[in-house]
Design a protein around this ligand. Structure first.
Ligand SMILES: [Mg+2]
Length: 211
């Protein structure tokens, strides 16, 4: 039985696991791994997170600092709070506090339309915010970077969705971190995208095993 959770556990890795990537994308294949050259398609490269984490509070802040990260763009639903909810878990609050202590600036960029909810949660964790962000469009993420005062090389993006958070971040060359969704509940459209995510994660696993 396929579920969002099982889709990601399919590629269960330690929190700091990083997909190797490396080789240039295959210029010919349209999706997945090229059957001839074995390289990833450009589409797959855009969808590959740089890091996987079980939850946002599992992200190693020291490692982010070592990578030169100064600002983190955070997804909201199923990354910071359960989908469409406002209660911030203690672990998230503590992680955000440690992040700020480590000198990282935080900005929530959510595709949600409920601006009051986003603003209240952002205040609770000491972040600036932007909604709706229109991910994977680059525009919203660029605005978030302007709010953080960071350049792409010094910016990470954290989210639970491959086709919005990871793809948007990769389009701008940000350091992308994919977390497991906090809850099994999702927006109806997202539930459909989870099926495509399952294929993407399977391809990525195959690519990193072959590499
Ligand atoms: Mg989300």
């Amino acid at each position: 039985m396929w579920t969002p959770r099982s889709a990601l556990s399919h590629v269960a890795q330690p929190p700091s696991a990083v997909f190797p990537g490396g080789a240039a994308a295959c210029p010919v294949s349209l999706c997945g791994i090229c059957e001839i050259c074995g390289r990833e398609s450009l589409m797959l490269k855009l969808l590959r997170p740089d890091m996987l984490a079980d939850a946002i509070w599992e992200i190693d802040l020291a490692e982010l600092r070592q990578r030169g990260i100064e600002g983190v763009i955070l997804d909201l639903d199923n990354t910071i709070v359960d989908w469409n909810r406002s209660e911030v878990r203690e672990e998230v609050r503590r992680w955000a506090g440690r992040a700020r202590q480590a000198g990282l600036r935080l900005c929530i960029a959510s595709n949600a339309r409920g601006r009051a909810r986003v603003a209240a949660i952002a205040e609770e964790i000491g972040a600036t915010w932007l909604a709706p962000a229109g991910k994977p469009s680059r525009r919203g993420l660029r605005r978030a970077m302007a709010m953080l005062g960071t350049i792409p090389d010094a910016t990470a993006v954290v989210g639970d969705q491959v086709f919005t958070d990871v793809m948007g971040g990769n389009r701008l060359g940000l350091f992308t971190i994919l977390v497991r969704p906090l809850s099994g509940r999702d927006f109806a459209g997202t539930r459909i995208m989870r099926i495509f995510e399952w294929f993407v994660m399977r391809w990525l696993r195959r690519g990193s095993e072959d590499g």
